[in-house]
Design a protein around this ligand. Structure first.
Ligand code: GLY
Length: 365
């Protein structure tokens, strides 16, 4: 039996795909779907999320995005949902906008880079941006449309994964894992916080930033504060992002009119407080992009901890220790990379799996 430690979008996806494949699996988490996945905006946006030096991450993201439609269709069916609309899966692209000459030059450089990688992007004038998104600020001077980018509602996805696991009879143990059980250099199971032992042929550590408390894994918390605004009508039709006062901000519209504004990126240890300063910056920057956001009702504010790694790539696959596999370190891309992660834990090998291999960090055990 496989024991999956961690019930965020990654752990739940791995457990579900293994169960679907007919493998015996148990999931352990004291409060599934309440950590980083609960805070996540759900952007499936490898193209607009990428920074210059991160070609490997871009490749992982593009590959996982391609798998999302089938993943969502199968998940919806397994969870007893009518279709992928129930997950709010939308593929209307991301519009990255610029205000000043420097921003425009940066977007232009990014476009050239994307074109070199043969990724579909379109350069747009300010007027063209406003034609696509009439609520954008008049000061927007131009933009870059990544038409292939998509997004999903992570809270609906995790709820669907929990339902699918339930329908497949996968046991969900609502406990904290205190430690991994080891015997002769092998991981043989987990000890629950209450002291009970669970034996496993393989333990998959998918506890996000909490994975580091159970094994030597180089993940660190990167705090993100995010807010959800409620709008009677959708303010935007696609994801919009931009850099304001030197910080990136993004707006993700949900089908029900909700608008997600995110996210801060703070290295504050395990601090999950929502702060006045964090929310002020998000609103200030969002208002620069779309002035109408200040009219909206605040529905929810939350902070989560992204599991960052030294090279920004996730850590997925067998560890150096027999009986222990990892599925953590997804940083800004847990929702996007969930389908690919599950496939690697199901045994996918090759170039993509090699990019994520735990073996690149010598300290992992
Ligand atoms: N993927 C967006 C974020 O982590 O803020």
């Amino acid at each position: 039996m496989d024991v999956i430690v961690g019930g965020g979008v990654v752990g739940l996806s791995v457990a579900w795909r293994l169960a679907r494949d007919g493998r015996p699996v148990t999931l352990v988490d004291p409060a599934p779907a309440s950590g980083a996945s609960h805070a996540a905006a759900g952007m499936l946006a490898p193209v607009s999320e990428v920074a210059y030096t991160e070609v490997p991450l871009l490749r992982l993201g593009v590959a996982s995005l391609r798998r999302w439609p089938a993943f969502a269709t199968e998940l919806a069916a397994d969870a007893g949902l009518a279709g992928t609309e129930a997950l709010d899966l939308r593929s209307d692209g991301t519009l990255d906008v610029a205000f000043g000459t420097d921003d425009l030059a940066a977007l232009d450089e990014l476009a050239t880079y994307m074109e070199k990688l043969e990724l579909p992007v379109e350069r747009l004038s300010g007027r063209e941006c406003r034609r696509l998104e009439p609520m954008l600020a008049p000061s927007v001077r131009g933009g870059l449309l990544a038409p292939g980018d998509a997004w999903v509602d992570p809270r609906r996805v995790t709820a669907a994964l929990l339902a699918a696991l339930d329908r497949r009879g996968v046991p969900l143990v609502r406990s904290r894992v205190g430690e991994l059980l080891r015997d002769g250099g092998r991981v043989t199971g987990v000890r629950l916080g209450e002291g009970a032992e669970m034996r496993a042929e393989r333990v998959v550590l998918a506890a996000g930033v909490w994975s580091a408390g159970l094994a030597e894994v180089p993940v660190r918390p990167v705090k993100g504060q995010i807010m959800r605004l409620r709008s009677p009508q959708p303010l935007l039709t696609r994801c919009v992002r931009g850099t304001v006062h030197g910080t990136p901000v993004y707006l993700v519209p949900r089908g029900d009119g909700e608008l997600v504004v995110g996210a801060t990126q703070e290295e504050m240890g395990f601090d999950t407080r929502v702060t006045a300063g964090g929310l002020y910056e998000l609103l200030r920057d969002a208002r620069e992009l779309v002035p109408g956001v200040t009219e909206l009702e605040i529905a929810d504010v939350v902070a989560g901890l992204r599991p960052g790694t030294p090279d920004n790539l996730p850590v997925i696959g067998p560890s150096g220790t027999p009986g222990l596999a990892l599925a953590t370190g997804h940083h800004r891309g847990g929702v996007l990379l969930a389908p690919l992660t599950a496939d690697i834990l199901l045994g996918e090998e090759g170039e993509l799996a090699a990019l994520c291999t735990p073996g690149r960090f010598r300290e992992i055990s």
